[in-house]
Design a protein around this ligand. Structure first.
Ligand code: ADP
Ligand code: ZN
Length: 436
């Protein structure tokens, strides 16, 4: 295997050294945090008045958690730690569901983020000979532009095409011999379903790899995308509060994602008790920015559920890994009293080769009870089959889902192209109970 490093020294640093480095940077982060009105008050209440009140890394536990609501309450600049003149970039969540959350960056912040992205694209084996078509939306959302500068720095030829316009995506992939794409898993599947219609075949392309992220997806969805396109797909996790993409990325071994622990202090907590999750337990990821000036965030609760994999990795990197995101604490559905994550349903349908590339989970009230409907698209050939075959497939999907989550859903099969497609993050769940 062609293992490459962007910054070998830091990527393979001994854990003891890493901890020293983390402590130093945590102190610096507290220094910046104390400059913001929001944290000054919070930290002082917790008995922290200067960086020297942090003596060892475990002192981080004295600091209260930060939540998304805190970020909203600090809008627009109660979390800004530097004079405005030092800020070179602002990113914000869309704000469609309330006050936006804002993250500011200094030039040093940008350079450091760029370095993490360069490390991540090098880690998946890409470099100067690669042509990178970035299909994530460019703009306030960090998915697109977030990858851009680091990929350039690592020497890739970047095509900043942004999302959508599938026909043009294909044309560019063919004409410029794209080798790497960055897209949501749902968009990859959507592209595949449009291939023939747009007059292309896989042999027109030189695609070798994809970086996939921004939305939860199962291992089976990854395998499906890899086998449909004949490529390697690497999971990439990030959130705008922690800069954006490349907080954690899979290496060539594709076995969980390395968190860049020199830049993000990683904790995992039980979201109900807020205690540290035990080894082998699923919990909520909590991150502290360790190398950011403009908007330092301390113990930020991501609401993303994962597990820590502390085992050494064959690639030689010492930064610990986290498992695929299972879902968010706020996307768990309670259906007739049973806790269900959309990812559990996805896992089942993606394992079934007869099922197509798009699906939607609908939950409604039916009298006093909740009703679960799973709508999926099936391949065109199957749709033209006998009605009995369709019934058998419907029954099989129902049984497989029931076996996994003990709820028997209604199953609807649709022709390809019927269910809604999203250019950005896919919306897989329609919970109509909230509208009653
Ligand atoms: P928003 O919180 O508004 O969706 P972001 O664009 O910052 O804003 O999205 C970050 C979120 O996207 C993460 O907190 C996580 O829930 C999800 N996400 C990002 N990458 C992945 C991934 N590789 N797997 C699963 N979920 C992901
Ligand atoms: Zn590795």
């Amino acid at each position: 295997m062609d293992i490459r490093y962007w910054n070998r020294e830091i990527e393979t640093i001994e854990r003891k050294e890493l901890e020293k480095y983390q402590l130093e940077n945590l102190k610096e982060t507290v220094f910046w945090a104390l400059k913001t009105p929001f944290y000054k008050e919070r930290l002082n209440t917790a008995g922290i008045f200067s960086p020297d009140d942090i003596k060892k890394i475990s002192d981080i536990k004295k600091i209260p958690y930060t939540t998304k609501d805190d970020l909203r309450s600090a809008y627009p600049d109660n979390l800004l730690a530097v004079p405005k003149e030092e800020v070179v970039r602002l990113h914000a969540s869309s704000g469609t569901t309330g006050t936006p959350t804002v993250i500011y960056h200094t030039q040093r912040d940008m350079d450091r983020w760029t370095e993490l992205v360069a490390r991540s694209v090098t880690m998946i084996g890409c470099g100067k000979s690669d042509v990178f078509q970035n299909m994530m939306t460019y703009g306030l959302f960090t998915g697109g532009i977030g990858l851009h500068y680091g990929a350039e720095k690592a020497g890739l030829m970047v095509i900043p095409i942004s999302s959508g316009n599938t026909k043009r995506q294909f044309k560019f992939m063919k004409d410029f011999r794209t080798t790497l794409v960055h897209a949501t898993p749902s968009y990859m599947l959507h592209m595949y379903s449009k291939l023939e219609e747009e007059g292309y075949s896989l042999s027109d392309f030189s695609l070798k790899k994809s970086l996939g992220g921004a939305e939860p997806h199962s291992e089976d969805m990854r395998k499906k995308i890899e086998s449909l396109f004949g490529i390697d797909m690497y999971n990439n996790y990030g959130l705008s509060e922690m800069n954006g993409p490349c907080v954690a990325t899979e290496c060539l071994f594709k076995d969980d994602m390395h968190v860049w622990e020199d830049s993000y202090y990683l904790e995992l907590i039980n979201p109900d008790t807020l205690d540290e999750a035990k080894e082998g337990e699923t919990g909520e990821l909590v991150f502290t920015t360790l190398r950011r000036q403009a908007t330092p965030l301390l113990r930020y609760r991501t609401r993303d559920l994962s597990m820590i994999n502390p085992k050494p990795c064959a690639c030689g990197r010492t930064h610990r890994r986290i498992t695929r995101i299972k879902g968010r604490t706020d996307d768990m559905l309670i259906i007739n009293g049973v806790n269900v994550f959309p990812s559990q349903i996805e896992e089942i349908i993606m394992k079934m080769p007869e099922v197509g590339t798009n699906y939607l989970i609908v939950v409604e009230k039916s009298g006093a009870l909740d009703k679960l409907t799973v709508k999926t698209e099936v391949g065109p050939s199957i749709f033209s089959d006998d009605a009995r075959d369709l019934n058998a497939l419907r029954q099989k999907i129902r049984e497989n889902i029931k076996a996994a989550i003990s709820i028997s859903p209604n199953v609807e099969l649709h022709e390809p192209g019927v269910l809604p497609v999203h250019e950005g993050k896919a919306k897989r769940v329609l919970d109509d109970r909230k509208n009653i």
